[in-house]
Design a protein around this ligand. Structure first.
Ligand code: SF4
Length: 78
C-alpha cells in the first residue's frame, strides 16, 4: 500500500499520488496516460493530472490496482 509519507513531491496535488516504491514500469501510464507520466529521466511515474470524470477515476483506480509494487495511493479526499 502506498504511503503519503513517501509521496513524490513532483506529483500534482490531489487525491492520487505515486510514492517512492515506484519502479518506473510504465503500467499506470499505459492505463491512464491523461493522469500518469514518467519523469523526463524515467526515474519514476508521477500524477500529472487528477481525474475529473468518472471514467478517469475508474482508470486511476485500475492503475492503482495494477501497480506491481503498490506505489499508487488515493488519499480518499474526492
Ligand atoms: S504502475 Fe506503479 S511502479 Fe509502474 S510506473 Fe506506475 S506507479 Fe510506478
Amino acid at each position: 500500500m502506498a504511503s503519503i509519507e513517501y509521496r513524490f513531491s513532483d506529483n500534482i496535488s490531489g487525491p492520487f499520488y505515486v510514492d517512492s516504491n515506484c519502479i518506473a514500469c510504465d503500467t499506470c501510464v499505459g492505463i491512464a496516460p491523461q493522469c500518469f507520466r514518467l519523469t523526463s529521466d524515467y526515474d519514476h511515474a508521477i500524477v500529472v493530472g487528477q481525474p475529473v470524470s468518472e471514467r478517469d477515476f475508474n482508470l486511476c483506480r485500475e492503475a492503482l490496482a495494477c501497480c506491481p509494487v503498490n506505489a499508487i495511493g488515493d488519499d480518499g479526499s474526492q
